[in-house]
Design a binder for this molecule. Structure first.
Ligand code: GLU
Length: 490
């Protein structure tokens, strides 16, 4: 079968079934879909596959919408945006699927199947025993009117099943090349449940056709559903040249080489967001999971991704998720923020951690302090701990560092510091540093780590803080001296 390579305007869709928050794997797919649409000047369509009403909730649907927005993966057709092929929630398209299922029945491409779950299980059991491929055995394919009447009289309800002809399906996957499925392993499949609700295979194929999707880029886990979808296109009467092009993205494995799961990194994007990962960092990192720009660069902006993303640069071998690399990229993206951007991203974390209440004076001080930590953090959730000392009302030295300021050598350092700093008339990091260096390092002969360590703990409460002299400048003379006095008294 030839694939559709004519110069038709590209339309790519992202079609999640939000049965939970979107995860790394979903978002990698969304990102590649989006990037391909943007690269080709095509359309990015977003469709919610919510026909499984027992598992998809309104809350998860909204979370999926919010996540795409937060990541900057804007769509041209879909929820909230609309478009000429809507509605974009499959739960609002049930009449469309019912129409096609009926048409397939009328055409004899599909048939009613009255087999009960117990009977189907017995068939599977027999297949297992005989060591043959599992799947529906075609029992109801050619029922007579009498047999149907008898089943109905028993009160049986029917599902609608698609008839798979003998033979095989071959299609060209843009990443994997030609892929063939022998229909021996693609048994007749259910299109509509007994309660009338459509199954994924029916809805996805009907929608891809009606919504004029040209490219299906999605995870490799869906590769095996492709022959069934192609069967639906055939039954719909779609010409081969109008089938979408398929490209199945490689699996994402965890660092331990096992399939990505909660245990090895496959947590929701909401979690990464709470941890203080920037959307650009997540997108940059996910872009490199199974794709490369053609050189070994690791820093890719969204604009570069759009410019460079082509399917031929997607790998066919599995990608490996590496949390350390994601962290490193996040640190790079934080360093690349302007001060105003860094402020915008940091404030919600400071508010949430109750470090600030959000007053103008607090925000002004945060803005002065942020440049001190921009080089030092890799995630935004580190900001509150780093800056808390500037705002805290009942300041205390952290428990773990107490012993490092209460010994007699530290007390000597603090007493000398207090004596040298008290007379300073100009309070800035240069004057503070000069005073402390002369007295503690040159005159007392201490190592900087020992000398400044005690002062750091006394004034910021912790061994980890922004640079000391700048921190003391921002804290102010009165508070700095009061904290040093308090530490001496500990
Ligand atoms: N709704 C399907 C899923 O979330 C994906 C549909 C598709 O990409 O074909 O698994």
């Amino acid at each position: 079968m030839s694939t559709n390579t004519t110069a038709k305007k590209v339309k790519v869709r992202f079609a999640p079934s939000p049965t939970g928050d979107l995860h790394v794997g979903n978002i990698r797919t969304a990102l590649f879909d989006w990037a391909y649409a943007r690269h080709t000047g095509g359309t990015f369509l977003f469709r919610i596959e919510d026909t499984d009403t027992t598992r998809v909730t309104d809350e998860y649907i909204q979370a999926a919408i919010d996540t795409l927005k937060w990541l900057g993966l804007n769509w041209d057709e879909g929820p909230e945006v609309g478009g000429e092929n809507g509605p974009y929630l499959q739960s609002q398209r049930l009449d469309i699927y019912a129409h096609w299922a009926q048409k397939f029945l009328d055409q004899k491409d599909a048939y009613h199947c009255y087999c009960s779950p117990d009977e189907l299980e017995a068939v599977r059991e027999a297949q297992r025993a005989a060591n043959v491929a599992p799947g529906y055995n075609g029992h109801c394919r050619e029922l007579t009117a009498d047999q149907i009447a008898a089943y109905k009289a028993q009160g049986r309800e029917a599902v609608v099943r698609m008839r798979m002809p003998d033979g095989s399906t071959t299609f060209t996957d843009e990443i994997r090349g030609d892929v063939t499925f022998d229909h021996k392993f693609v048994p007749d499949f259910v299109l509509v449940r007994a309660d009338g609700s459509p199954l994924y295979t029916l809805a996805v194929a009907v929608d891809d056709v009606l919504m004029k999707v040209t490219h299906v880029l999605r995870g490799e886990d869906l590769l095996s559903s492709t022959p069934r979808q192609i069967r639906v296109y055939q039954a719909m009467g779609v010409a081969i040249e109008d089938y979408p092009v398929f490209a199945h993205l490689p699996f994402v494995m965890g660092q331990d080489n096992a399939k990505l799961s909660k245990r090895n990194g496959e947590v929701s994007i909401a979690w990464y967001r709470e941890q203080g990962y920037l959307p650009e960092a997540i997108c940059n990192y996910l872009a490199l999971l199974g794709w490369s720009p053609g050189d070994d660069r690791e820093n890719v902006t969204m604009a570069e991704l759009c410019e460079l993303f082509t399917i031929d640069k997607v790998h066919s071998s599995p990608a490996r998720f590496d949390m350390k690399k994601l962290e490193a990229i996040n640190g790079d993206k934080i360093r690349a923020l302007t001060l105003d951007e860094f402020l915008k991203w940091s404030l919600p974390f400071l508010n949430k951690a109750n470090v600030i209440t959000g007053s103008d004076s607090e925000i002004a001080l945060v803005k002065q302090a942020l440049p001190l930590i921009q080089e030092r953090i890799v995630k935004l959730d580190e900001v509150p701990a780093m800056l808390r000392f500037l705002f805290v009302k009942d300041f205390k030295v952290e428990e773990a560092s107490l012993s490092k300021v209460t010994d007699s050598a530290s007390k000597d350092v603090l007493k000398r510091s207090l004596a040298e700093l008290t007379p300073l008339t100009t309070w800035n990091h240069e004057s503070i540093e000069a005073a402390l260096r002369t007295s503690l390092i040159e005159e007392m002969g201490l190592k900087p780590r020992i000398a400044f360590g005690a002062v750091r703990i006394a004034t910021t409460g912790s061994t980890i803080s922004p640079p000391l002299f700048e921190s003391m400048e921002l804290l102010g003379k009165d508070a700095s001296l009061a904290r040093i006095s308090a530490a001496i008294a500990l």
